[in-house]
Design a protein around this ligand. Structure first.
Ligand code: G
Ligand code: MN
Length: 399
């Protein structure tokens, strides 16, 4: 055998017997192993030379979460296996947290640990070189620009806001049921700017937000009407921030636009996401109720996160429930996420709503959602949001 640098593994487990058994398995797999039975000792031994660590979450004195936090502050980057006698959900929470702290979690194991399982993950780690970059703060991918209200106002005047469309697929027929329109700023120098860079600023400047909402409603209705003229009917949804819902004439204005474009109000829908606590619930309720009276559909977006809660579901007259993509995306690996999807689907149906699973990226997840009885699927598996000129292609693929 060629003389390669030994891969080092450090085990932290206060149960000495278990640490010893894990150590023997790891040595079998080729690792050079060190054991530690308390957290302070573990943290003092651990340095850059270790390729892998096994971490028990339940250790007396300093608990596993303290250790995870301390690890994130050290200049080390090992593959991490978490083990614990805690229940699955606690373990899941620790895993998510470790990911947030930038640790590379390779496996999470509930005690009692099956020897075959630990052996298989250790040999896999031994084979693999640990060169996966680690991500500190997973949601920092999108660079943010800073714009002021004046920039945004000018952009509206210059018609620089455009819509991209993501299809919603009927899970029973496999056909396009509708499109969700998503706003983008087609910036003359920066190219396409995504809403997380400008919506928060707009939400503080209600006038500008309302002007943009009006524009995107016009754009979405024009697109819908164009297709209707060619004999293709589908529903069209626009995203509306509840901050917009302060002008009492909003329902009439929207209804008039819908009628003017010859679109059926049943085919037009607003997706409401709450990004901040609503100060004027009564106005929101007034406006949403009057949109419904006029037959316009209302979806509760990102259900299960932020302020998109059971309370909102109860209070407002929603016709569609969109399960937040985080639950859908995890549903294959994470039983609890799947349970949450299932419960949301059942709840939505009990309340007479259509249920949409957002964030479907694979055939497997689509199958899970179908089995759970979900009505509509949306996600990269079908299509990313596309510019209007690509709509014919999508309609042809899912026709
Ligand atoms: O909050 P709302 O549901 O309106 O946000 C929709 C956003 O989700 C869009 O920006 C869209 O690009 C994104 N999105 C849609 N489908 C998927 C998917 O399958 N995976 C991921 N990661 N994002 C998606
Ligand atoms: Mn949406």
């Amino acid at each position: 055998m060629s003389d390669v640098k030994a891969k080092k593994l450090l085990i932290l487990d206060d149960e000495e017997e278990i640490a010893k058994i894990l150590g023997e398995i790891a040595e079998d797999c080729g690792f050079s192993v060190s054991l530690s039975h308390d957290a302070m000792n573990f943290l003092s031994i651990l340095d850059n030379s270790y390729d892998c660590i096994i971490l028990d979450l339940m250790i007396p004195g300093m608990d596993g979460v303290d250790v995870i936090r301390s690890l994130s502050q050290k200049e080390v980057d090992p593959d991490v296996i978490l083990i614990s006698g805690a229940d699955r959900r606690t373990l899941h929470s620790a895993q998510t947290l470790a990911g947030e702290y930038g640790l590379r979690i390779r496996s999470v194991m509930e005690k009692p640990i099956r020897i075959a399982d630990i052996r298989s993950i250790l040999s896999e780690l031994f084979e693999k070189s640990a060169n996966v970059p680690r991500l500190k703060n997973s949601n920092s991918g999108n660079s943010r620009f800073s714009f002021n209200a004046q920039d945004l106002y000018k952009a509206i005047q210059a018609d620089q806001f455009v819509l991209h469309y993501q299809p919603k697929i009927d899970l029973k027929t496999g056909k396009v049921e509708g499109f969700e329109s998503l706003v983008r700023w087609s910036h003359p120098e920066l190219g396409l700017v995504y809403p997380d860079s400008f919506l928060p600023i707009m939400e503080k400047e209600t006038k500008i937000l309302n002007a943009m909402t009006d524009k995107i409603i016009d754009l979405a209705l024009a697109e819908c009407s164009k297709w209707k003229g060619m004999g293709k009917e589908f529903r069209m949804a626009v995203n509306v921030s509840p901050v917009t819902l302060t002008e009492l004439d909003f329902p009439e204005r929207v209804y008039a636009k819908v009628k003017e474009k010859g679109v059926s109000q049943r085919d037009f829908q607003m997706e409401i996401t709450e990004t901040s606590f609503l100060e004027n619930i009564r106005f929101t309720q007034d406006i949403l109720t009057r949109l419904r009276i006029r037959g316009i559909g209302l979806a509760i977006d990102d259900f299960g996160t932020g302020y998109s809660s059971l309370k909102q579901l109860h209070r407002f007259p929603f016709t569609e429930l969109k399960i937040d993509k985080s639950f859908v995306m995890d549903s294959l690996e994470d039983r609890e996420s799947l349970f949450i999807c299932q419960a949301s689907i059942d709840l939505g149906h009990k309340l007479g709503m259509t249920v949409v699973a957002e964030g479907i990226e694979t055939k497997e997840v689509e199958n899970l959602m179908k089995e759970a009885g979900c009505d509509i699927g949306q996600g990269y598996y079908y299509s990313r949001p596309i510019p209007p000129e690509k709509i014919p292609e999508v309609l042809a693929n899912f026709g």
